[in-house]
Design a protein around this ligand. Structure first.
Ligand code: EPU
Length: 418
């Protein structure tokens, strides 16, 4: 298994580019199932979760051609409307094929995900929504089977709680349903808006994406389209924290500053200088002293749960006490114990992590437990004294493309050991 060996202490300087968004590209790939024409996606990051989704689409019957960051999809016919356990267990976003498959072929069989490193993560809201649209759902042998032989019909779907992929899944189901669908308490994440933009290019009729009420008028059929995926706000945010924690002078390019507004505001409150040199860049400069600031994760436009672990690494180096509250997932503090092994002072109390700083970190052997937790360990290692060895970096490869090359390019002492 690959490992990262990182020697801390170097302040990061220079420019670091952002890739296309993994969490936007995943539903965009699934949307390719909604038409028999070609869908071409640009700026698709070459990360492991994307490859998993591409494998799933090939199994279903899609021809997938990859050239650099461009992916061309064509699903003339659905051969097997199924997402097997082997793929779903490595990537929950596989459940994103549920909506498009029922909409296109009247049938889908998707493995139930089971537990995961960051929480229970059920898909009950995806199922509830499809039932509202007229699908009949059966559960057996660990699989959910949804059938709608006469097609789906528009309905009002009021989500009990906000779900990002649930909103995306239902949006993809509703675009081919008869009549109007209204999604209430919908997720407002930029990835939802990006998916709506793609679907509209394919001929869908969608209004309100980016607000909590999305209205969809079903159409008979969708056609091919070409679309460029938005910048990955979580990757951009991770790099901003890397600049801040190392007290460097780092410009994160090819990003959308608006999408990381909540993080930028926190960084400024902590005493980090953040400026916007142009429309798609953010420059972060350490001022030598970090102040602790409390943070609570929220749905967009609040502070992203996907940046909580990275922020915790930063708070280990800040002066004072920071209370970090995780409200989205029930078990997303796995990085705290590993950061503590490096010398951080963190106490966990249910949904809260209490971080007292600054505590000098020292290099240690640590284990990556999930994607964003691994990112926080890389950040901790960048300021730790001596050498840190991070095991199981396949977790980080799920969502960050060549992070070690990018960080090394701005002065980090990091290498991959195979
Ligand atoms: N939830 C339910 N029932 C459902 C769906 C969700 O109870 O049917 C709960 C979840 O258990 C969780 C909360 O609702 O407690 C929010 O989950 P959500 O459905 O919004 O998460 P997701 O769509 O599965 C996406 C991202 C995650 C990100 C979350 C929250 C993708 C592919 N994944 O997951 O990204 O953390 O939204 O913003 O878009 C990551 O990239 O590292 C990652 C985990």
């Amino acid at each position: 298994m690959d490992k990262f060996v990182i020697t801390g202490g170097a302040a990061l300087r220079g420019e670091i580019p952002t890739n296309g968004s993994k969490n936007s590209a995943l539903p965009a790939l699934a949307a390719g199932l909604l038409t028999d024409e070609a869908v071409t996606l640009h700026r698709v990051p070459r990360v492991r979760d994307i490859r998993t989704m591409e494998r799933l689409l090939v199994d279903i019957g899609t021809t997938v051609d990859v050239e650099g960051e461009t992916v061309r999809l064509r699903t003339e016919r659905i051969l097997s409307p199924e997402a097997p356990y082997e793929l779903v267990k490595t990537m929950r976003a596989s459940s994103l094929v549920l909506g498009p498959l029922v909409a296109r072929s009247g049938r889908a069989r998707v493995s139930l995900p089971g537990g995961c490193a960051i929480g229970a993560r059920p898909i009950n809201l995806h199922i509830f929504g499809l039932e509202q649209l007229g699908a009949t759902i059966n559960q057996a042998h660990g699989y959910i089977e949804a059938v709608a032989p006469d097609g789906l019909r528009g309905a009002v779907v009021h989500f009990d709680r906000i779900t990002v992929t649930g909103t995306e899944d239902l949006m993809m189901a509703a675009v081919l349903a008869r009549g109007e669908t209204v999604l209430r308490n919908a997720a407002r994440e930029p990835e939802v808006v990006d998916l709506a933009d793609l679907l509209i290019k394919m001929g869908a009729n969608i209004e309100g994406a980016g607000t909590s009420t999305i209205r969809i008028q079903g159409v008979e059929r969708l056609h091919g389209a070409e679309h460029t995926i938005i910048a990955d706000r979580i990757e951009a945010g991770t790099f901003l924290v890397a600049g801040a924690i190392t007290g460097g002078d780092l410009t994160v390019t090819r990003c959308n500053p608006e999408h990381v507004g909540a993080l930028v505001s926190k960084l400024q409150q902590c005493g980090v200088e953040v400026t916007q040199p142009d429309a798609t860049s953010l420059r972060v400069r350490g001022t030598g002293r970090l102040r602790s600031v409390d943070m609570t994760t929220e749905e967009y436009p609040g502070f992203a749960t996907d940046l909580q672990a990275q922020y915790m690494a930063l708070m280990t180096q800040a002066e004072g006490i920071a209370i970090i509250v995780e409200t989205i997932f029930e078990n997303r503090f796995m990085h705290a114990q590993e950061l503590a092994r490096m010398g951080a002072n963190i106490r966990l109390d249910g949904k809260q992590a209490i971080v007292a700083g600054p505590h000098a970190l020292t290099g240690a052997g640590v284990i990556a437990s999930d994607l964003r937790a691994s990112a926080s360990l890389v950040l901790g290692a960048l300021v730790a004294k001596g050498e840190t060895v991070i095991d199981r970096v396949y977790h980080i490869d799920r969502g960050y493309e060549k992070i070690e090359t990018k960080l090394a390019g701005v002065g980090a002492k990091i290498r991959r050991v195979v």
